[in-house]
Design a protein around this ligand. Structure first.
Ligand code: C2E
Ligand code: MG
Ligand code: MG
Length: 590
């Protein structure tokens, strides 16, 4: 190692008016210099190194073996230039050695010591920090799973197009994979991810250099087609793209079919900013989803009105939850031979902003989508607890009480734990039954393995709702451990005239009998349907308007001023729900 002489140090110190450095101090300084993690060098005017500490020595060795940038001579010359310039600089230097890349941050400072011009350099290895920054950069601009550009890239490009060339015509397509959630639930996340990768490859085929396909979230993609000559060109291109998706995907021995719903907006007719174009493409995509999925729609203004109306419903639903504007109607499950009430089902109702009572068909799916359903389910339970005396008086103290739970909730372990705890805290958990649709059993969620045992543990019964219209097959029933199976109304309607439904009913009935499940026929409306069931089947229980429409308990209270007030607020309810006469002793009377 070259080094400065003691005199040099002393001269430098003297020049700054400080005391002499003792030889001991000098040794300490030198050792310290050696220990520093930063590389420190001192070069003279000829470029000779007169001091190199250990860290600097290994950096120089690295530089000598670097494949990029090559000649050491050039760096040498550059350092001399720095020295002569007399100004301090900080430089970032990248060295590539084979596959490894090193980045050093070096501060160069020309100094004069004892009349000699020297260049002092201190450099730090910032390779790790740089690699991290690179990774951050990549993850901001490239999707980790599919390696497609991210939302930012496409946004940046679209903004650029709008800014630089207002004459340009391009299309923005919003793609959403149909039923991806089901695929994920059924096959598991690993296969879901692999499917997204394969899908993105097929979607990306045949794009021009000026087009961009980007993945913007889970199963959503944005496609920029630029430039375009008109609608037809875009429609044709997307049609071919969707055809390509029709062949099955083979992933880990599974044959998976996938399709996408695609909404398109065109610049400039459908929006003059990225945000407007994306939103309108999204709105058009929504239209496709509602019309049966798997195809394409161009945005038009009527869709915007639709979207606005939807937003209004969303808002009022949020508000209704906040203000707890919900109530329950109760419908009896009846023994069709004795007319006795076996149990009741709580059916939620929403009182909208104008006081009109809405049936759940208008808001349950939305509540699930918006993540409001859990709160709503707790409101239903609270109303039952509050009304338990009236329920007992009306339907009998042993009548079971059924609560509907959406399939999505049924697979949510955290929610179901909380819900089970709340049911237990009522003090009468054994009275309750949970109604879930068969989807909850079929998709690979926690329901069957983890949630059922919890419910069983506290004595809550399980009922399969709307059986026959979901995804499962009859054979899947064999794996399901439920107490009750409710045959969907679509099989019961006009059953006496429909041999095919009769056959299905017989099959469900015998299977349920073998599995020890009680069968309930949903939606009996006519005497003919009832007599068919009584004559041709062993089904004991039914639920339907023929026996009882869902009723509000308020309507059963004696008319006190308070009760009549609350009745007044219910006056806008649909005509079918109203006062009914119940008699516990003799069972149920029409
Ligand atoms: P569901 O659980 O199958 O409930 C039976 C539905 O059929 C009720 O409709 C009931 O009023 C109706 N119904 C009963 N008998 C007849 C009949 O003879 N003819 C006809 N045409 N309909 C009959 P509702 O109250 O409109 O509820 C619709 C669905 O909303 C329910 O179907 C259930 O899936 C869901 N739902 C209701 N309350 C809740 C709730 O608190 N949470 C959740 N997640 N879903 C609920
Ligand atoms: Mg139900
Ligand atoms: Mg049902």
């Amino acid at each position: 190692m070259h080094s400065l002489t003691r005199n040099d140090f002393q001269a430098g110190a003297a020049a700054t008016g400080q005391d002499d450095i003792s030889s001991n101090e000098l040794r300490v300084l030198r050792d310290l210099l050696q220990l520093l993690p930063a590389g420190v060098t001192v070069q003279d005017e000829q470029g000779q190194f007169i001091l190199v500490n250990e860290a600097a020595a290994s950096q120089l060795q690295l530089a000598a073996s670097a494949t990029q940038p090559p000649p050491v001579d050039e760096r040498h010359a550059a350092n001399l230039d720095l020295l002569r310039s007399g100004r301090p600089v900080v430089l970032e230097e990248v060295l590539s050695c084979g596959a490894s890349k090193y980045v050093f941050l070096t501060a160069h400072r020309p100094v004069q010591i004892a009349g000699r011009n020297l260049l002092i350099s201190a450099s730090t290895d910032i390779s790790e920090q740089k690699a991290f920054e690179d990774q951050l950069f990549r993850s901001a601009y490239y999707d980790e799973l599919t390696s497609l550009p991210t939302r930012r890239v496409i946004e940046h490009r679209v903004n650029g197009l709008i800014r630089d060339d207002s004459q340009s015509h391009f299309a923005l397509a919003f793609l959403d994979v149909d039923n991806f959630k089901h695929i994920n639930d059924y096959y598991g996340h690993a296969i879901g991810d692999a499917l997204l990768v394969e899908l993105s490859k097929r979607l990306g085929l045949a794009l021009r250099d000026t087009d961009i396909l980007s993945r913007i979230s889970g199963d959503e993609f944005l496609l920029l087609l630029n430039p375009i000559s008109g609608n037809d060109e875009v429609a044709e291109f997307i049609h071919v793209m969707q055809e390509r998706l029709k062949a099955p995907f083979f992933i880990e021995e599974s044959e998976i079919f996938a399709s996408t719903s695609i909404g398109v907006s065109l610049y400039p007719v459908h929006g003059r900013s990225y945000e407007a174009l994306r939103q309108n493409a999204d709105i058009a995509m929504y239209r496709v989803k509602n019309n049966g999925k798997g195809s394409i729609a161009f945005f038009d203004n009527s869709m915007e009105r639709e979207a606005l109306a939807r937003m209004k419903i969303e808002q009022s639903l949020r508000l209704a939850i906040l203000e707890k504007r919900f109530c329950c109607a109760f419908q009896a499950k009846v023994d069709i031979r004795t007319q006795e009430v076996k149990g009741i089902e709580a059916l939620v109702r929403l009182r909208d902003d104008e006081g009109v009572i809405q049936a759940p068909g208008t808001f349950i799916d939305l509540a699930v989508e918006l993540g409001l359903i859990d709160e709503l389910t707790f409101l239903v339970l609270a109303e039952i607890v509050k009304s338990i005396d009236l329920i007992n008086d009306t339907f009998g103290p042993t009548a079971t009480i059924s609560i509907n739970v959406a399939a999505k909730q049924a697979g949510n372990l955290e929610f179901m734990r909380r819900f089970a705890r709340a049911i237990e805290e009522t003090g009468f958990p054994k009275r309750f039954m949970i109604e879930v649709t068969e989807d909850a059993f079929v998709t690979r969620t926690h329901f069957q393995d983890e949630i059922l045992p919890i419910l069983r543990g506290i004595g809550v019964g399980i009922s399969i709702d709307d059986f026959g219209i979901g995804y499962s097959s009859l054979s899947a029933l064999a794996d399901i451990t439920a107490d009750e199976i409710k045959i969907d109304r679509s099989f019961i309607t006009d059953i006496h005239q429909r041999p095919r439904s009769q056959g299905i009913l017989r099959a469900i009935e015998s299977l349920s009998e073998a599995l020890g499940m009680t069968v309930i026929a949903e939606g009996i409306e006519s005497y003919e349907e009832l007599t068919y069931l009584q004559a041709a089947t062993k089904i004991r229980y039914a639920q339907g308007y023929y026996f009882a429409k869902p009723i509000f308990l308020e309507d059963l209270r004696p008319a006190t001023p308070v009760a009549s007030e609350s009745r007044a607020s219910m006056s806008a309810r649909p005509a079918q729900e109203g006062r009914q006469s119940y008699s516990r002793a003799s069972g149920f009377r029409r």
